[in-house]
Write a protein that binds this ligand. Structure first.
Ligand code: NAP
Length: 466
């Protein structure tokens, strides 16, 4: 842990750092750096016009408790030594070498927001969706389509993680249950037409291997319109499952919840959410659109993993959502490991193809360690990365344009229309005002141009003349 003023790497020279990605990982890195180094100033870039990354565009709208993290991140961005520079795509709008003249170091914190591939027949059929794409849509991401085909009465969700739970819950709940949230109007309009009756969630392994967290699992059962049904056939445990249940409290809690649900009587609700275990997807069925999902029953092999039994089931579904994990995109010209979806690094120092650190390049968050863990875990990452950066400072070349105004002049000269922290606060107020007449906390603005327009247009000041 780095503490203010007590770091081994305390420096008196001005330190200018660019952070790429204004999600929790990038904001935590900026916070740790500015607290550890009184002479540091940080610019946080994002390709979106708004800050907060996956908190704004990844956390489900009916999770206001998690969205509350924004309050703490807001306080960090209020620090005058940290600037938000939105709507700038690093590597596309500005090249890394171009920014090097303004910064001692660059920290990549771009996260992971793409779907991991699932290589099974039929995956490209209409009606087969990436979970990350659906999340982007219901969270009003400006690059997501405005429309979403809501035509399936029976739906499959593949995966047993928290994203699968989010997707299943949003699909199963009624639109009106979500109306009190910040969902954009276009999302609500489509959800109203959702004809869903059955959502089937498939886990390829057993209850002892789920990646759900207990609170998120429990929430599935909180809708008055949705009946959660656990199919008992897959409730099996091997030696490794029992060991995990003994050693990991969260897994034990999930298993207890699932066993409890598997044993209860039907409550006769109109929408059903089924949880199936030991069912691995092998093909999405259909010729010109999804008409089913084929799964193979699995058996546990003693070590917590599974093998196929050769018994197949065809499920009558008209849409399949895969929620099998996120993947980062490569960033600019930096090395990238496509298998793990991460930038190779040593203690946060980006490594070149020979395994040597690239001077002035650092990485933190999901693009450093892969898309696992809860939001708070990125703080530990950021601590390590910033400690490496500060230790390297004496060896990094001094910047040629160290005045913080220089980079803004440069962006202006390049006609790059960036958004700012003050601009975000305007858009924030605007969204809150849109929600107020309807008793909603906010209504998100979705089109990018509209977001930029509102951000970059100062509100008229009240006329204070007598
Ligand atoms: P995840 O937790 O890694 O879960 C991925 C799931 O997909 C696992 O059950 C995995 O099963 C399954 N899977 C992977 N490949 C598969 C395949 N080929 N066929 C069938 N199933 C497959 O990923 P995630 O749900 O995307 O979540 C990412 C991170 O965000 C997690 O840390 C999560 O906790 C966090 N998150 C948190 C919240 C929240 O706190 N409310 C909400 C959303 C996300 P195996 O285990 O068998 O590989």
């Amino acid at each position: 842990m780095i503490h203010e003023g007590t770091t081994d790497h305390a420096t008196t020279r001005p330190v200018r750092v660019a952070v790429v990605g204004a999600g929790p990982a990038g904001i935590y890195a900026a916070d740790i750096l500015t607290k550890a180094t009184p002479t540091a100033t940080v610019d946080i870039y994002d390709r979106l016009p708004t800050p907060y990354g996956l908190i704004r565009y990844g956390v489900a709208p009916d999770h206001p408790r998690i969205k509350e993290i924004i309050t703490a991140l807001h306080q960090v961005l209020d620090n005058p030594r940290i600037r938000f520079i939105g709507n700038i795509d690093y590597g596309v709008d500005v090249k890394p070498e171009e920014l090097d003249q303004f910064y001692d170091a660059t920290v990549i914190a771009t996260g992971a927001n793409q779907d991991r591939d699932l290589d099974i027949p039929g995956i490209d059929l209409p009606g087969s969706f990436g979970g990350a794409d659906f999340v982007s849509w219901y969270d009003g991401h400006p690059d997501a389509p405005r429309d979403w085909p809501m035509t399936a009465a029976k739906v499959a969700v593949i995966g047993a993680g928290n994203v699968a739970v989010d997707i299943a819950r949003i699909l199963a709940k009624t639109a009106d249950e979500l109306l009190e949230t910040e969902i954009p109007d276009n999302v609500h309009r489509h959800l109203v037409t959702n004809p869903v009756t059955d959502v089937h969630v498939f886990s390829r392994r057993g209850p002892g291997q789920v990646k759900f967290t207990p609170q998120e699992l429990r929430e599935l059962d909180e809708s008055p319109n949705v009946e959660v049904i656990v199919h008992p056939e897959g409730i099996e445990f091997d030696e490794a499952s029992l060991a995990t249940i003994r050693s990991r409290r969260s897994v034990k809690m999930c298993v207890d919840i699932l066993q409890n649900w598997a044993a209860r009587d039907s409550r006769g609700r109109t929408r059903r959410l089924h949880l199936h275990f030991l069912q691995a997807p092998v093909a999405i069925l259909g010729t010109d659109r999804v008409t089913g999902l084929r799964t193979e029953t699995q058996q546990l092999t003693g070590d917590g993993w599974v093998r196929g039994t050769g018994a197949y089931t065809d499920w009558d579904v008209q849409a399949v959502y895969r929620a099998i994990g996120y993947l980062s995109r490569p960033v600019a010209d930096l090395p990238f490991d496509p298998a793990t979806g991460t930038i190779p690094h040593a203690h946060g120092r980006v490594l070149d193809l020979d395994g040597d650190p690239i001077p002035g390049r650092y990485v933190t968050g999901w693009i450093k360690r892969g898309p696992v863990g809860l939001i708070g875990h990125t703080k530990k990452d950021a601590n390590e990365t910033i400690a490496s950066l500060l230790a390297d400072l004496p060896t990094l070349p001094t910047v040629t344009h160290g005045d913080p105004a220089d980079v803004l002049t440069h962006l202006q000269r390049r006609s790059l229309n960036h958004t700012t922290w003050a601009g975000w606060q305007r858009l924030d107020r605007h969204e809150i005002n849109l929600g107020r007449p309807h008793g909603r906390k906010r209504v998100k603005v979705v089109p990018r141009d509209e977001m930029i327009g509102i951000s970059n247009t100062p509100e008229p000041q009240p006329d204070t003349r007598a």
